[in-house]
Design a protein around this ligand. Structure first.
Ligand SMILES: CCCCCCCCCCCCCCCC(=O)SCCNC(=O)CCNC(=O)[C@H](O)C(C)(C)COP(=O)(O)O
Ligand SMILES: Nc1ncnc2c1ncn2[C@@H]1O[C@H](COP(=O)(O)O)[C@@H](OP(=O)(O)O)[C@H]1O
Length: 325
């Protein structure tokens, strides 16, 4: 039996041949994201119902405390508006605003159920799990640094201030900062809005676009990679199949007895699908073209480094691995 590391020790250019090519979504599949943003942005221009919602969102009576935590207005909106154009829509509050929790839970569900991790011989299992955790750490660190904290304000907030944005309309007492908490008010969108200010004037990279593209692409690459076991098993005449490195994979019988792997895969597709839908809503109702584009570019760069670069750069592949391989 070939060892798991045999192909990786090769000194020849790290290309995959024939059946050894990893079953991952092709890079071209990522085109769905720019297409979604372009279609949404065009729709926002041509449709009279797709009015910019920034000034008239309301808090739902069902979610008042979370809405106030998120600094959403509780004033009634002056005119009817598409449900998804409201910042307090249920999917924004309970799905996107805590989006990384959903991504993390879904990823862990894959890790704990997919035969590519649970049924592999122990050495291979540890290697695949470690690689998957490295990939998760990369995308999570990228999300964290871009949207939450980058040695102080997040990358998105720093970009906004560097491009001339600031926290306007602050009450005079908050306008001259002494402490870090007060400084945060003029340096971060969240603290500015929480203090009653208006975050305006700069280039506001769309955090929604960034997180929804990064999270959904991450889950799709992980899910498709992990589902190689099913595909391999279906191809095997005796119900067993060998993966690209000669390891025996799970059988069709295994997957029918235990429904969890298929359920976890379906869950991943649901979370990725809902992320895509919210991305489409963001494209229609929020932000400028350029702000959506910058969110997209940052997230695709992270996906490129995590999933596409390892396919051609052997030393990097040894560190991050390839899902299911
Ligand atoms: C030197 C390198 C240092 C690297 C540091 C890496 C640190 C990694 C931290 C790891 C944290 C892991 C947490 C995993 C578990 C969680 O998911 S808990 C956090 C849950 N929070 C969210 O899910 C928030 C998601 N929301 C957002 O990110 C934003 O709301 C938004 C979607 C970007 C929109 O932004 P708005 O400004 O609100 O519009
Ligand atoms: N699909 C969506 N549904 C609801 N609100 C959205 C949204 N996309 C963006 N927003 C809102 O638009 C603002 C800018 O989003 P972002 O910069 O993350 O793309 C945020 O408002 P708040 O900051 O007031 O919550 C965010 O909640």
């Amino acid at each position: 039996m070939a060892t798991a590391t045999t192909p990786l020790r090769s000194t020849s250019p790290p290309q995959f041949k024939g059946s050894r090519r990893p079953r991952l979504p092709p890079a071209l599949a990522l085109i769905i994201y720019p297409i979604t943003l372009v279609v949404g942005s065009i729709y926002s221009v041509v449709s009279p119902t797709a009015r910019h919602p920034r000034t008239f969102e309301t808090a739902s009576p069902l979610t008042p405390s979370l809405a106030s935590d998120l600094n959403l207005s509780t004033e009634p909106h002056p005119s009817p508006v598409n449900y998804f154009a409201r910042k307090n829509n249920i999917f924004n509050l309970y799905f996107v605003k805590i989006g990384w929790v959903w991504i993390t839970v879904t990823f862990l569900a894959l890790l704990l159920t997919q035969p590519t991790y649970t049924k592999a011989p122990s050495g291979l299992r540890s290697k695949r799990t470690a690689h998957a955790l490295v990939r998760y750490s990369i995308v999570t660190a990228a999300w964290f640094l871009t949207t939450q904290w980058f040695f102080g304000p997040a990358v998105i907030d720093r970009t906004f201030v560097l491009t001339g944005g600031k926290c306007d309309n602050l009450p005079p007492v908050r306008a001259s900062p002494d402490t870090w908490e007060e400084l945060k008010v003029i340096l971060t969108a969240a603290a500015c809005k929480a203090a009653g200010g208006a975050w305006k004037g700069g280039h506001d990279v769309s955090g929604h676009v960034f997180m929804l593209v990064l999270g959904s692409a991450f889950l799709v690459f992980e899910a498709v990679g992990a589902s190689r076991c099913y595909l391999g098993a279906a191809a095997g005449a005796d119900g067993k199949a060998k993966d690209d490195e000669g390891e025996e994979q799970t059988t069709i019988d295994d997957t029918t007895i235990n429904p969890l792997p298929a359920l976890a895969l379906r869950f991943a597709w649901v979370v990725a699908g809902l992320s895509w839908w919210m991305l489409f809503m963001t494209a229609i109702f929020f932000h400028t073209w350029l702000e959506k584009l910058s969110g997209l570019v940052i997230s695709l760069a992270v996906i490129y480094v995590t999933y596409l670069l390892p396919q051609s750069l052997l030393p990097w592949r040894n560190i991050v691995g390839i899902p299911g391989l």
